[in-house]
Design a binder for this molecule. Structure first.
Ligand code: ATR
Length: 313
């Protein structure tokens, strides 16, 4: 799909937004506005600096102004759970909301995306919360790192917020074996316990510690690599990336962390976390519009925003 020229802003233009704090670094407006223009929608997507203590009011304000959708980023994803009128299965399962759809009740009593109900025909407005982050991990692994998570042997580094969701999602996907490593080992053990409680069939397939042999994927979900001089997120005496077919880093800035650089030198297929940002955004646009997101256009806009134009690999 071609990039598309944005429709001029008029009295018909509808709004979407990302709420976060801080938010001025967000690449979502560049990516979403490119997708919106390519679909020919008369919408705009803006970034709003919303403090957590005003999240409730900010959501109510968007509903009152008949925004179509909102994305939530740090620090709102958990807080928003209790503020939604309805939670989609994805938000319930992963315990976090990153996408809100505003819905209007029409004359027949049915709830529909707000943009599909005429202003005068809306008798009530509600917020439905979704989570598109977890599925984006699986899609990014497949499309950007060539790894089919189902049946794969995976070493996952990190058991913080991102690592926990990745571990739970990989287990649901049916990985063959999952090794969990975290600087603070007790947190990896907690995540393993949570996986086993949700699915006893994972017994023997999830383990805290390093693998003995080869793995299909090593996945970095720690924040090590974000800052210059950060250490590698694994113990080099216990693991070497030459034992992995592919390496994925959830970090995308810098484009190549020491973890990914080392993996590339040792012959792994590598990909950084930009794809996760892309696929969660594409899924959000699909939830709001009911259309297939123009992923190629959104990827280019995202890449240009994050790394600068004319740097495409
Ligand atoms: P996020 O939401 O990005 O996952 P988080 O919940 O703060 O952020 O988790 C950060 C993760 O990076 C944790 O797994 C953390 O390990 P600890 O649980 O031991 O704190 C990991 N991490 C941060 N700095 C690290 C480092 N220098 N080496 C290894 N792991 C690191």
């Amino acid at each position: 799909m071609s990039p598309g020229v944005p429709l001029p802003i008029s009295a018909s233009t509808r709004l979407c937004a990302v709420y976060g704090f801080p938010v001025r670094h967000s690449a979502s407006p560049a990516m979403q506005n490119a997708g919106i223009a390519a679909l020919g929608l008369d919408w705009r997507y803006v970034a709003c600096a919303v403090r957590p203590e005003t999240l409730k009011e900010a959501l109510a304000g968007a509903a009152a102004m008949r925004f179509l959708g909102v994305n939530l980023t740090v620090p709102h994803k958990l807080l928003a759970l209790d503020m939604m009128d309805v939670l989609d299965a994805s938000a319930r399962r992963w315990g976090a909301v990153n996408t809100v759809r505003f819905e209007g009740q029409d004359a027949s009593g049915a709830w529909r995306p707000l943009g599909e109900v005429g202003d005068d025909a809306v008798s009530a407005i509600r917020m439905q919360g979704f989570n598109t982050d977890a599925d984006a991990i699986i899609r990014a692994l497949r499309e950007d790192a060539g790894v089919i998570a189902a049946g794969a042997r995976v070493l996952l580094l990190g058991a913080g917020g991102a690592g926990r969701v990745a571990a739970l999602r990989l287990a649901v996907e049916g990985v063959k074996k999952l090794w969990l490593v975290n600087r603070t080992e007790s947190k990896a053990a907690e995540v393993a316990k949570e996986i086993l409680a949700a699915d006893p069939a994972m017994a023997g397939r999830v383990q805290v510690g390093y693998p003995e042999g080869a793995v299909d994927l090593v996945l970095n979900a720690t924040s090590a690599g974000l800052k210059p001089g950060d250490p590698l997120p694994y113990d080099t005496a216990r693991f070497d990336p030459s034992r992995a077919g592919a390496a994925y880093d959830m970090i995308y800035r810098p484009a190549e962390t020491p973890f990914l650089g080392e993996a590339r030198k040792k012959g792994c297929r590598t990909a950084n976390g930009l794809g996760m940002l892309l696929y969660q955004g594409a899924a959000a646009l699909e939830i709001w519009s009911g259309r297939t997101a123009p992923v190629g256009v959104m990827r280019t806009a995202l890449w240009d925003h994050v790394y600068g134009e004319r740097t495409h690999a």
